[in-house]
Design a binder for this molecule. Sequence first.
Ligand code: FES
Ligand SMILES: [Fe+2]
Length: 443
Amino acid sequence: MLSVSDNELLTRVGPGTPMGNLMREYWIPACLSSELKSDGEPMRLLLLGEQLIAFRDTDGRVGIMEHRCPHRCASLFFGRNEEGGLRCVYHGWKFDVEGNCLDMPNVPPAQDFKDRIKAKAYKVVERNGIIWTYMGKRQSAPPPMYTIEILALPDEDRFTRVHQRECNWFQSLEGDIDTSHFGFLHIGGLKMEDVDPKTIHKWGVGDRAPDYKSTETEWGTMYAAYRPAEPGQFYYRFAHFLFPFITFTPNGSFEDQIACTFNVPMDDTHTMTYNLAWKQKTRPLETLANGDWIPGLQPDGKYLPNTTDWYGRHRLEARRDNDYFIDREKQKHENYTGIQGIGRQDQAAVECMGEIVDRSLEHLAPSDRMIMITRRRLIAAAEALRDKGEVPPTVDNPDLCRRARGGAFVAPTSVDWLAAYAQHLQTADSPLGLLNRLPMAAE
Ligand code: FES
Ligand SMILES: [Fe+2]
């Protein structure tokens, strides 16, 4: 459980909050490149509780700025995106992507003061098919971008999937590091004999109550769930939390599991998740021995049409107000939840707790240790920033993230879990050679 005050500190991300300030030290995925067209429609964008406008100018440059015009606060959403800037339709003031006021046409030239007006605009970079923004204090010299292997792959080698969740960002993130749910929510009805006897993941199907190891790392936290495999061996599933809102999940083979998820807070009660994965990574456990989908796991992620509303983008059709299309007959006879698709099942689980779960009501188990240490690590980092001005982990040295890799493997029981992890990093498929260059803190 968590005290009410710690829960507040952990979950609130608006301007001036300790966790919001921590988030603002990092680059934040704002939207997809494909969502903004040159001289196209400006887009409402909600990030860390701030109502912003994103637009792409005539030259293809992207601006992200406060949505209210600096003149009399009309929303720039209604602006005309034209000839190198966004023009407010109320009185015609025009701004470039950096927030400079280019034109003040309702003021006589002799009284023009456009040089003294600046819209609040945030630093932007565009790469990986994503528009990234930096909302912190170092606008003139922002910190370096993340060093995460999936981001270094060529764009054509990567899947990117975005969807919105109607719950707090950390609730969404906790779902990613709560490995214990996999054996129930997703494959609760599955038996070991149903799956390919050659897959190592059968050990996870046969034992739903593994032991756990977990530790703080330079980039955040990590855990391994482990259970007996062949005599003298453990089947391990490793996963990570990376500051400030990133997870590497364990679903798939460690050797080629190049993937990550960003849980980006839109505000305190809405989260945009970005799932990025290497197209060539092996599939996680999702089929039966005969090649059919495991019941309930066939993806079914239909989206609602986007709207221009603050909450109008990347919404799944299956949602809270239709109970995620739960099918009680299927729940009885076919799959554990009666909900179709891993994404929907996860969404239902993290949203049904309420928008911001009251963690003082919990009774955590040993299987929740990763969640406990991740909360502690985040709260400590937010407090250290607030009380001592301490720059949070990896902001200035993102290279530390190079040693993070999620996924499953089998290793001898005689080898320590971190030693087994280090050994597997040596042989992991790393087309970009990003791994193995930096020692771990424990080494
Ligand atoms: S409110 Fe935007 S120009 Fe007046
Ligand atoms: Fe899940």
